[in-house]
Design a protein around this ligand. Structure first.
Ligand code: UDP
Length: 381
């Protein structure tokens, strides 16, 4: 079959590779001049630092199949993300761990004491947290919530944490030991030569043609047997029902001689500081040595029509509109909607790859049984 994959990010590359290995002809197009989607990395010409151009990406997974897959295409260097946060004139360790609790409250608690102590701070009247704020108040209490989560989340999402789902906070654990590894997955690392080199390697197959600087044109669908769409779900339909909400990010670059902040990611919990965090990119490649440093101040705001969409918002309005688009997508035979933008979900890289592998396998199964695959979208919410 002739397959068109719109978007040369992780979804398009992994699906394209799987189908090409099974003997199909795949054309991967991307309107950008590089593959890799938002995990694109590029060496800075001035400093030689490997930049995470669209913000930091740290690979972590518990899925051994996904880890085997990525390590087939890139050499991974072990990397653990150790995030700090500046709040109220002090620096603390994230995710909230025993050091954070002891330093924040000026205590010397052991693990079981800290657990009991935090229970006294927690709002135990909240049995079933309905939103981000309730989740935080229930599990860490008001002091830690206001220092580390409230202001940051207002800046990141542009709304009150009471309007956000509890699931967003569930991404962050609370630890009653001194483990300050931001992620708790078995496999964690950084591709030695960056994510773009890895995606290029995935795309490097005789059955795949990659055309960059090539926007999608609806006429292209007529020239192939099936389309995998990893662009914005609403974009496929020309935004006909309205636009799904996204947050976009502005990165304000600044250079520094030496080491600016001593870590890769410094969050800023105070509402008055306009940015959410500063990332210092040479610390994402600690096996390299660079005298000079490049940092990004990261600002979050509502995405306009010409902005790069980063985080799907998924508040009530978006949920209703999303359901309408999902209905349209289900009635669009010959197109499969994949990835963060195609399914309008907050996806980590490993989940994106797992879903791409599964989607491609399901497609091949269907094709082997002579079924013409119809539209497919993941359960939206
Ligand atoms: N968050 C916060 N304070 C922090 C870090 C995260 O309040 O210092 C909240 C914020 O709402 C964020 C969510 O926790 O959207 C998930 O954080 P994560 O680090 O997973 O965000 P991402 O990696 O997507 O930037």
């Amino acid at each position: 079959m002739n397959i068109l994959l719109v978007g040369a990010g992780l979804s398009g590359a992994v699906i394209g590779r799987t189908l090409a290995e099974a003997g199909h002809h795949c054309r991967v197009i991307d309107s950008r001049s590089h593959p890799g989607g938002n995990c694109h990395t590029e060496r800075d010409a001035d400093t030689g630092v490997m930049m995470h151009v669209y913000g930091p990406h740290i690979f972590h997974t518990d899925d051994a199949g996904v880890w085997d897959y990525v390590t087939r295409f890139a050499d991974f260097v072990p990397f653990q993300n150790r995030v700090k946060t500046t709040s109220g004139g002090a620096v603390h360790s994230l995710p909230i761990n025993l050091l954070t609790i002891n330093q924040f409250f000026g205590r010397t608690l052991r693990p079981d004491e800290a657990r009991a102590f935090l229970e006294t701070k927690a709002d135990t009247s909240i049995a079933d947290p309905q939103n981000f704020e309730e989740q935080a108040l229930r599990f860490v209490g008001r002091d830690l919530y206001e220092a580390f989560f409230k202001g940051y989340t207002e800046k990141q999402w542009g709304c009150s944490p009471t309007e956000l789902p509890a699931s967003i906070l569930k991404r962050l654990p609370v630890r009653f030991n001194y483990d300050d590894n931001y992620f708790f997955h078995r496999f964690q690392g950084m591709p030695r030569d960056g994510y773009t080199a890895m995606v290029r390697a995935i795309l490097d197959h005789p059955g795949i043609t990659t055309d960059l600087d090539t926007p999608y044109d609806p006429a292209m669908a007529g020239e192939c047997d099936h389309v995998f769409w990893s662009g914005p779900l609403d974009g496929f339909f020309g935004y006909g029902l309205g636009r799904l909400g996204y947050r976009t990010l502005d990165f304000e670059r600044f250079d520094h001689d030496g080491d600016y902040q001593g870590c890769a990611v410094m969050n800023y919990g105070d509402r008055e500081v306009p940015y959410t965090r500063i990332t210092e990119h040479k610390h994402f490649s600690p096996w390299e040595t660079h005298e000079k440093s490049v940092c990004y101040r990261e600002y979050s705001r509502a995405a306009g029509p010409d902005d790069i969409p980063y985080y799907p918002i998924r508040l009530v309005r978006e949920k209703a509109l999303l359901e309408d688009y999902v209905r349209l997508a289900r009635n669009t035979p010959g197109v499969t909607f994949v990835g963060r933008l195609g399914t309008y979900r907050y996806l980590d890289m490993d989940v994106t790859i797992r879903e791409a592998l599964d989607t491609a396998a399901a497609f091949l199964d269907g094709a082997a049984q002579g079924r013409r695959p119809g539209a497919f979208v993941h359960a939206p919410l």
